[in-house]
Every structure is written in structure tokens, then in C-alpha cells.
Design a protein around this ligand. Sequence first.
Ligand SMILES: Nc1ncnc2c1ncn2[C@@H]1O[C@H](COP(=O)(O)OP(=O)(O)OP(=O)(O)O)[C@@H](O)[C@H]1O
Ligand SMILES: [Mg+2]
Length: 397
Amino acid sequence: MPHNNIKNDTDVLIIDDEVFLGETLKDLLEDEGYRVALAIDGESGLRFLKENSCSVAVIDIILPDISGLNILKTIKDSRIDCLPIMLTAYATLETSINALNEGAYAYIIKPYKVEDVKTTIRNAVDKQRLSRENRALLKDLQEINKNLSQANARLTELDKLKSQFLATVTHEIKTPLTSIIGYTNLLLQQKNQMLTQAQMDILLRIRRNSQTLEDLLDQVLDLSRIESGKVQIHLETFNIKDVIQEAIYIIEPIVMQKRVAVKTVIPDQILPMQADRGKVKQILLNLLTNAVKFTEILHAEIIIQVAQTSDKITLSVKDQGIGIASEDQKAIFEPFCRADSAVSKKYRGTGLGLSIVREFVNLHGGTVCVESELGKGSKFSFTLPLRQDNLKPPVHQ
Ligand SMILES: Nc1ncnc2c1ncn2[C@@H]1O[C@H](COP(=O)(O)OP(=O)(O)OP(=O)(O)O)[C@@H](O)[C@H]1O
Ligand SMILES: [Mg+2]
């Protein structure tokens, strides 16, 4: 049988019982550089297809044992990866056209024109090559996708562990720190001249630095809690005016020190809002602290403005401070990120305030943004829904 000495990887298999025609077609295609096999009946042709990899099968419609259409059906049913082309005489043309509906790629009419056959075979081999390449690519992509998903799950897990670790370490440092502050306060309260003024000054410094450290630990703790998804929203209905007053009261010492004026622009008719009151206050405090901290000129103004629609409330904090370069405006919301300017670096800070603002705003399903110009000032605004009916937990990536 001609097909016995054929290599495994074949471009074209010809199944034709007219041996002379089959051999001629084989020679023609081999001259074109294809690897060609020839089978002279349906059964050996089908066996070949099942046992070898073959791109295209040219199948005569009329064969002595199995009809070309049955071979076509077997190719389809057994999912043999090969493009069938029907070889047909004028008498069986209609059958061949029907075969197209059954999955045949094309038909070649006998006697055929050499150029037509070459074109049809070239197109079929190319199509088959492309579709195999596509399938291989798709498989690679699926594999890559699977690996990425696994890596992503691992990263999420590691991120969670990191947050838990951070929370534990922070908590462990806070405990002795609280007692340092407590004992320092105790010593400072002893007004019985046991301590010299110099010693008192040292104690005051210890207390100030410990408190700064405590603030920092609180912020890290907040952030790690948020990242590990442990922060929850406690909804209350309240008037934003009260929260603004409380925040202004808290920042009064630094406001007086900097000699800035804090003004409010609040509409007379203000609807109560539903949100986590404590978190809204902290958002406002972080923005106000920044506004005061990054203002250099004396007697500058800081304006807190409220605007409300039927379903949203927007609060903005506008200052006349050092401003933020446009290239830094996105990054400053990332944890530990501070604007890259010498003026900004003069002021102490860890770069956590705004990331907490962003996370708290996100928890409420709100948005936060900044408008700023270097040397002129900044305006931070956040918008929250007035009510939290559809609140969904935020997605942490
Ligand atoms: N109102 C502002 N004016 C100018 N720069 C600002 C202002 N607010 C924030 N920035 C810039 O954004 C950076 C990040 O602010 P963020 O509040 O996150 O950190 P921080 O104030 O440096 O430290 P922390 O708030 O943790 O004590 C600041 O370091 C500063 O460079
Ligand atoms: Mg800050």
C-alpha cells in the first residue's frame, strides 16, 4: 500500500482509487514542497487519518469500499483534525456541494486545472496551520491565565498575611508605648520640685515623640485593618455641620500656632446624612491637618465647603498652601507616598493620611479628588452618598 511508508506528519492525504490520478496529484503537490500520502481505498485512508497527523485530506467521492461522504462523516464524528476536500466528477458535483454543508472545506472537479488545485490545497493547508497555531496560542493563554490566577490568589493571601503581621507588630509596639506615655505623664504631674526644668523639658520631648509614634501606629493599624478587610462601617444618621465643628475644635491648637483662619461655607438647609460618623470625621481631620500643615503663609485661609444634592454630599477643604505638582497628585493617595518637593518634605508626616482618606471614602462608595497648583494651594474634595441603602463591601485588590 502506498501509505505504508509515509511519515507521521503529513500535509496532504489523497484518497483516490484511480491510482494514476492519485499518483499524478501526489507528484504535483510534492513538487510544491508538500509532504503527501496516497491511499487507494477508503478504509486505508481512514486508518491513516486516525493514526497520523494530517492537515488536509483530498477525498474522492466515489470509492470502492466506503463512500467519500461516509469518510467525511467519520472525520467529523471522530473529530479528526484534518480539513477534508472532496474530489468529484461533474456527475457527483451536487453531492460534493452538499458535502460542503457537512463540513468539507472545498471541492475539486475532475478533470482539474493544475493551478486551481494548487490554490485550493495551499489555502487549505494555510487555514489548517493557522487554526492549529491559534489553538496552540489559546492553550498557552489558558495556561498563562491559570498561572496568573494562582499567582494572584497567592499574592492576595500574602497581602493578607502582611496586613495581619503589620497589625500584630503595631499592636505589640503600642502596648509598651502606652505605658511610656502614662509614666511620662505621671512624672510630669509631680509638681513637687523633684525634677529640674531641664529634666521636665526632656520628659515633654519624650511625651511629644511618643505621641507622634502612637499616632503613626494608629494610622498603620487603621490601614492594615482596612487592607485585611476587617474595617466595618457603623452607620449613623447625623448632621455634617456638627462633625465639621468637632473637627475644627480638634485642630484648633495647630490652627492657632500657624495663625491660619478656618472658614466654613455650609448651605442653610442641610439634610442629615447616613454614614460612619467617626470615619467621616477622620477623613475631614486628615484633610484639615494637611491643609494647615502644608500652609506656609501667615493669616492664610482654609475654607471648608459643603454642597448637597438630593442623594450626595460633597465636602471640600481648600487651602492657600504650598500646592502639589500635577505629576504627584495621583501618587499622594498611595500609602507612604509624599509629594516629591523640598517644601513638602520639610513637614513631618508618614504619608498615610490620604491613603486612609481614600479607603474610608471607598468604604462608603464615595469618591475623592484633588485640584492643586504649586505655590497657590490645594482643594481636596470628597463626595459621599447621603444614604447607604446599597452599600457593598469594597473590593481589595
Ligand atoms: N493640602 C496639601 N497641600 C500640599 N501638599 C499636600 C496637601 N495634602 C497632602 N499633600 C501632599 O501629599 C502627601 C501625602 O499626604 P498624607 O496626608 O497622606 O501624608 P502626610 O501628611 O505626609 O503624613 P501623615 O498624614 O501620615 O501624617 C503629603 O506628604 C504632601 O506631600
Ligand atoms: Mg497628612
